[in-house]
Ligand binder design. Structure first.
Ligand SMILES: Nc1ncnc2c1ncn2[C@@H]1O[C@H](COP(=O)(O)OP(=O)(O)O)[C@@H](O)[C@H]1O
Ligand SMILES: [Mg+2]
Length: 258
């Protein structure tokens, strides 16, 4: 099952390299994975779906966002036509990445940021920074969980209806919005999109998404090394499998530390 081949041409971005103009010693250039990229000569991106895994803080979002910027997407997310900007938190790494493109260009595309309510939050911040004497809007948005279900549904709508063939899609932790069943639905849709000529790069912690047959999994190690791993060896799969096979063992360990 796992050796299913994607049928479409895909492969819009063939390789991601760090330009030798990138020499700064601070974020994002000091991140181990960015140093690795500089020293390795480049990251080859195959057609179809590539997952990026690694611990929190490994640099997945930094790298994904930089690739999105280098590919011409708005750093805050959306399609390549989106040009709004609410704040400048994006790293300048994108300006120092060199993408090697294949012969065909994507017909469409979308960049989804991990910070699902990013633009809403930015707008709230903007309104709150304008003194109007009223209570902070942010407080009224405290009930974020009330929106979570619709967030998941709207994400499923996005991948089902807005995403189409021969597209380039960059997704940062899409599982943040999704139930287990929702992850399975997205898994099936990603397989379909890959089969229809899409290239999709996904930063994820979801062992369910990682099970996508034929996908490539790239893992960022603690020292920044970025290498391919099999499904069974991928960090989220190993940890989740270990935990679920014996939660008590992990819980005892977690609660007796400190
Ligand atoms: N704007 C920023 N300025 C400085 N450090 C940052 C910034 N954004 C992220 N970082 C740091 O860079 C590291 C990688 O972050 P990120 O790419 O978000 O990791 P991941 O997505 O893998 O969890 C983290 O340690 C984070 O704190
Ligand atoms: Mg992230």
């Amino acid at each position: 099952m796992r050796n299913v081949r994607f049928g479409g041409p895909g492969g819009f971005i063939r390789e991601v390299r760090l330009a030798n103009t990138a020499v700064a010693d601070e974020y994002p250039f000091a991140l181990p994975v960015v140093r690795w990229l500089g020293g390795s000569g480049g990251l080859a991106l195959p057609p179809g779906v590539t997952f990026l895994v690694g611990e929190n803080g490994a640099g997945k979002s930094t790298l994904l966002e930089a690739i999105a910027v280098a590919a011409g997407f708005n750093p805050e997310g959306g399609s390549r036509n989106f040009r709004f900007a609410t704040r400048a938190s994006e790293s300048s790494l994108g300006d120092h990445l060199v993408l090697r493109w294949g012969v065909t260009k994507p017909r469409t595309g979308f960049f989804l940021r991990a910070e699902s309510y990013y633009n809403v939050a930015s707008e709230i911040e903007r309104l709150d920074s304008t003194p109007d004497g009223g209570p902070p809007l942010l407080t009224a948005y405290g009930g974020v969980s009330a929106h979570e279900r619709s967030h998941g549904e709207s994400f499923l709508d996005l991948v089902t209806h807005r995403f189409g063939p021969n597209g380039l899609y960059l997704l940062d932790e899409p599982e943040a919005a999704l139930s287990v069943r929702g992850c399975m639905a997205v898994l099936a849709r990603l397989a379909e999109l890959a089969d229809r000529g899409c290239q999709i790069l996904v930063a994820t912690h979801s062992p369910i998404l990682l099970a996508l047959p034929g996908a490539t999994i790239c893992e960022i190690a603690d020292d920044g090394h970025l290498g391919r791993v099999d499904f069974d060896d991928a960090l989220p799969v190993r940890l989740t499998r270990g935990f679920l096979s014996n939660p008590d063992r992990f819980l005892r360990h977690l609660f007796t530390e400190d």
